[in-house]
Design a protein around this ligand. Structure first.
Ligand code: SAH
Ligand code: SF4
Ligand code: F3S
Length: 459
């Protein structure tokens, strides 16, 4: 496949002609960027002759693609390594080679191999092209010269082979990496490095490959897709136009947008382009201007609400989702009430809310993490309860409508039912014979459970 490795080049290590008969399993934590990167890792290893497997017990090599965004996410990975080692010991099985990839690898580097974590290999986010060589040496029982490979290579972009995608119906396509914002709480600019764009021709080429592999929906991916800018000449709105022109592409989604970059002309384009789905995931983080300033989010509550109301005007059927952080240093009860106010006002379809977690080395780490953990928990629970109440009222009013969506997968419950997603990112479950994944269906909404609706095809 052309452009498979993008501009990544081997780092002078011999790649074995085959993977020494080794089975590799990749376990993924964190955001969609990691999901995409894991596919790219699969692709790189398969090309080097390694077999990739879908379950950990079959694996000779376990690579864990990790997230550093909150302390809890990092702890989970370290205990997962211990668990993997113990399980094999108890079963009397040989130990796997365990490698740490992703944001923790980038953030902690060599430290991961100290402290008795029993980790064999550490490879950061821009160096997965070294994996075939490193694993080739390790599985051939030759110690690699280096077991930790980190450091940003800003021009290196991965292209994951779409035919390997098990991802429902939407093919992820990373359009850039890194982040140039410096929200004071956030580790991502350090783990992923500066923002660096994939060439638009490469993005389009990748999307044509997705279509050739049978896909018709793409999710354009990046920490700040709305800040995409190719040589100050082609912005995200222009990129959407180009992607919408690719024959065979029917639906275009994107993640994540930054409220600051939701310019009117971008929202106009989203509204105008039929193929661009009317769903905006625009994290606000806090509804208090004082907290937003300390977070360095670069917008006010009023500016954010302006974006929402303009989007409602120009994007038919638009829905919203968002991320929130509660208990940022210095967040008072009044600040928190401002956040609740936003939830009441916007009426999100879905929110993802987190307790503030101090990350080493970020600017907010210099502030006093002064909201007690019990108070963070209380605010989190209150925010989630308000969202549930607000959403339940919204959802009840939607029962009885006719919706169109694409069948994405079999539903977990009830047996024999299918999971369907609408263009504006609502999910419903539908029973029926002869339904296949990828099919367009039209159904009547009969009820809901949390954020999933129930539907039936009217007789
Ligand atoms: N690029 C996206 C999201 C990045 S990380 C954006 O700009 O919004 C995903 C989410 O994790 C963030 O939206 C934020 O809500 C949360 N998050 C990031 N750092 C955090 C921290 N230190 N503590 C708690 N939550 C955090
Ligand atoms: Fe983190 Fe802010 Fe960049 Fe999002 S925009 S990745 S929250 S620094
Ligand atoms: Fe986590 Fe790294 Fe994504 S820190 S949220 S996996 S960019």
């Amino acid at each position: 496949m052309s452009g498979f490795q993008g501009e990544l080049t081997e780092l002078g290590r011999a790649t074995p002609a085959n993977g020494n008969g080794c089975n590799v399993f990749v376990e993924t934590y964190g955001c969609q960027m990691n999901v995409y990167d894991s596919q790219a890792i699969f692709g790189l290893l398969q090309r080097a002759g390694f077999a990739t497997v879908q379950s950990e017990p079959e694996a000779d090599v376990v690579l864990i693609n990790t997230c550093s965004v909150r302390e809890h996410a990092e702890h989970r990975v370290l205990s997962r390594v211990g668990e993997l080692r113990r399980k094999r010991e108890l079963a009397g099985l040989p130990q796997p080679i365990i490698g740490i990839c992703g944001c923790m690898a980038e953030r902690m580097g060599d430290d991961l191999q100290k402290n008795n974590h029993r980790i064999d290999l550490v490879v950061g986010v821009d160096n997965y092209d070294t994996l075939p060589g490193l694993l080739g040496e390790l599985t051939g029982h030759v110690e690699p010269v280096q077991r930790t490979v980190t450091g940003h290579r800003s021009e290196a972009h991965y292209v994951a082979p779409p035919e390997l995608y098990p991802v429902n119906n939407s093919h992820l396509v990373t359009i850039h990496k890194g982040c140039d914002y410096k929200c004071t709480y956030c580790i991502v600019p350090y783990t992923r490095g500066p923002q660096s764009e994939k060439h638009p021709d490469q993005i389009l080429e990748e999307i044509r490959t997705v279509v050739a592999a049978g896909g018709s929906e793409v999710t354009l991916l990046g920490q700040n897709v709305t800040a995409y800018s190719w040589q100050q000449d082609l912005d995200f709105a222009a990129l959407l136009e180009l992607v919408a022109d690719v024959p065979g592409v029917e639906r275009i989604r994107f993640l994540t947008g930054h409220p600051r970059d939701m310019h009117r002309h971008l929202m106009d384009a989203i509204g105008r382009l039929d193929k661009v789905c009317p769903w905006l995931h625009i994290p606000i983080q806090s509804g208090s201007d004082r907290v937003l300033r300390r977070m360095k989010r670069l917008y006010t509550k009023a500016e954010y609400l302006d974006v929402v109301s303009y989007a409602r005007k120009v994007i038919p059927g638009v829905t919203f989702s968002s991320d929130f952080i509660v208990g940022f240093p210095g967040e008072s009860e009044i600040d928190f009430q401002d956040t609740l106010e936003v939830v009441r006002e916007v009426k999100y379809d879905q929110i993802f809310s987190f307790k503030y977690s101090e990350r080493p080395g970020v600017p907010a780490a210099r502030l006093d993490d002064d909201v007690p953990v019990e108070e963070k928990k209380r605010r989190l629970a209150e925010l989630m309860a308000l969202q549930e109440e607000t959403w339940n009222r919204e959802a009840a009013a939607l029962v009885g409508q006719m919706w169109t969506g694409v069948v994405e997968a079999e539903a977990r419950r009830p047996a024999g039912a299918w999971r369907v997603r609408t263009a504006n990112n609502r999910k419903f479950v539908l029973g029926g014979d002869g339904i296949v994944v990828g099919q367009n269906v039209r159904a009547k909404i009969t009820g809901y459970r949390n954020t999933t609706f129930l539907a039936e095809i009217p007789a």
